[in-house]
Design a protein around this ligand. Sequence first.
Ligand code: HEC
Length: 183
Amino acid sequence: MSGAGTVLTSHDVTERLAWESQAPLTIRPSDFKPFPAKTNHVTERNKMKEVCKQCHGKVWVDDHFVKMDKVMIEYNDVYFKPAKKMLDDLYAKGLLDNTKFFDEKLEVEYYELWHHEGRRARFGAAMMAPDYAWWHGFYECKKRYNGYMEEARHLIETNKKAYVYPDFPNATGDTTRPKALFP
Ligand code: HEC
């Protein structure tokens, strides 16, 4: 990444980041278990602001990050945490089966909530793309969240196990090395 002002050029892509916004629950980069950054989010945020301030004024830059932080927290608290809690409740009640992921509709819906529109909402806010943050992001989050909760509550009210896809295409878990089709 190029340097700017007092911020040096670096190969460390965890630098300048205050959030791990691609994770299901938005967390600090140092708390990201698969690849924990050896950084402090306050230090990195200040480095990022320093880059922005090469072109923009302080108030403009500060306001951008106020908005972005609010988006991260709102996504976490309003959408992700309640959806995750519902998923855990359904597993605990045995209404969803947790031996295999993606073989029940609510698992797919839960996944897409964070992986699809949940990411678009967060990345859209971070990258100044309002159309992504809202129409492809939070608007879709609301829609999916409502559908997800409706179906989840229906399972609880009727005490009925979710339908299991018997033949989820090509989700075999087979790790055999593929052979060349055309010699
Ligand atoms: C090299 C100069 C430069 C740097 C560095 C820079 N910007 Fe900008 N930024 C611009 C210019 C120029 C525009 C106006 C682009 C346009 O109108 O098409 C802009 C536009 C924006 C906008 C408005 C976007 C919109 O759709 O209205 C925001 C918000 C913004 N920048 C925030 C930031 C943040 C946050 C950073 C640091 C992460 C940053 N900028 C770094 C030059 C820069």
